[in-house]
Design a protein around this ligand. Structure first.
Ligand SMILES: *Cc1c(COP(=O)(O)O)cnc(C)c1O
Length: 355
């Protein structure tokens, strides 16, 4: 047994569980894009590899300017991170010390509790509504003197549900200006309901609202690790202070830039996913499953104590790996929407699951 003195707080922190990859299986467990990078993106990565003896641009300057241009914000409002999960941690580090509080709905993105506790902050959660959507009034009611940060995941991972403009505005109006709200829009590009607000638009004129997005999902670069935050300049400065130096690689910056240049083609793929999402949900409803309406690239089956058995069945019956979350009262299964033949394999397993 090692005698090393480790932080006692770590005993209460779960290890992040990624979606499983099984050789030869159809992986619908991590909300990845089911298509490989475009040839132009691979060419940009290959060319950037020539400079691998040099450190990356620590400020991701060219990429930051391209993002600022695209969204009509100032470059001093953009932070590029090693995946948006790194930026989640930077937001917590920038706002919280020991004992400060971070609020989020539950279930939501599993990294929130881990990152909150690693930094030594206190997690405060509010359960989802009966339809699996975030309960904004409950999040607002949880605010105390010690609250520093609120994560609002929209659409919510893993339930796929999305907040509408009026309710989100009303919530933001109730949050004191000293509390930072981070709207995590990892799945923004899959939203097709005009009444689901664009966080970057809703954050204009609100200095305590920041938006988090990623190149991992819609842009298909999960393996390269690039995410970005749009925030007030003072918040952006703080995010840069707590960043791990050089964590966004030269390859990642080049691939993200090339992907933004090919955005129309890549976003067209997202529209295919949106069409498939409607098809998969309709078939699941027909099979008798309860399926909340999703605005993301996955659907959620709130199967509660049947979740593990369902995931096991998908693997055995159709060689499909889905993601089960096994808590007793908030558990369910999240299934990524991918290419049609992969979705069909999943649907065949859902049809043969004995219930
Ligand atoms: C996938 C995901 C992220 C993290 O994406 P990165 O790959 O780290 O950019 C962040 N937030 C939510 C809600 C996600 O689902």
């Amino acid at each position: 047994m090692s005698q090393v003195h480790l932080r006692a707080a770590l005993n209460a922190i779960p290890t992040y569980t990624p979606g499983r990859s099984v050789a030869g299986a159809i992986k619908l467990a991590s909300n990845e894009m089911g298509y490989p990078p475009l040839p132009s993106v691979i060419a940009a990565i290959t060319e950037a590899a020539q400079d691998m003896n040099r450190y990356p641009d620590n400020s991701s300057g060219a990429l930051g300017r391209a993002l600022a241009d695209r969204f009509g914000v100032s470059p001093d409002q953009i932070t590029v991170g090693c995946g948006s999960v790194a930026l989640c941690e930077q937001f917590i580090q920038a706002t919280c010390g020991e004992g400060d509080e971070v609020i989020y709905g539950w279930r939501s993105f599993e990294a929130y509790p881990i990152l909150t506790k690693v930094v030594g902050a206190t997690a405060v959660t509010a359960p989802l509504l009966a339809g699996e959507a975030l309960n904004l009034p409950a999040l607002a009611a949880a605010i105390t003197e010690n609250t520093r940060l609120i994560f609002v995941c929209n659409p919510n991972n893993p339930t796929g549900t999305a907040l509408r403009t009026v309710e989100l505005q009303a919530f933001l109006d109730q949050v004191p200006p000293r509390v930072l709200v981070v709207i995590d829009e990892a799945y923004r590009e899959f939203v097709d309901d005009d009444d689901v607000p664009d966080g970057i638009e809703i954050a204009r004129g609100r200095d305590n609202v920041a938006v988090l997005r990623t190149m991992s999902k819609a842009y298909g670069l999960a393996g390269l690790r690039v995410g970005y935050a749009v925030a007030a300049p003072e918040v952006t400065t703080a995010l840069h202070k707590v960043a791990l130096p050089f964590s966004v690689s030269t390859l990642a910056q080049a691939a993200a830039l090339a992907s933004l240049e090919s955005a129309p083609e890549l976003l067209e793929r997202c529209q295919q996913v949106v069409l498939e999402r409607a098809r998969v949900r309709a078939q699941l409803l027909e099979l008798g499953y309860s399926v909340p309406e999703s605005q993301a690239n996955f659907v959620w089956l709130p199967l509660r104590d049947q979740s593990a058995a369902f995931a096991q069945h998908c693997e055995v019956a159709a060689n499909v790996i889905v993601r089960a979350f096994n808590d007793a009262d908030a558990g369910g299964v999240r299934i990524t929407i991918s290419r049609p033949h992969e979705n069909d394999a999943f649907l065949s397993a859902a049809a043969s699951f004995p219930r």
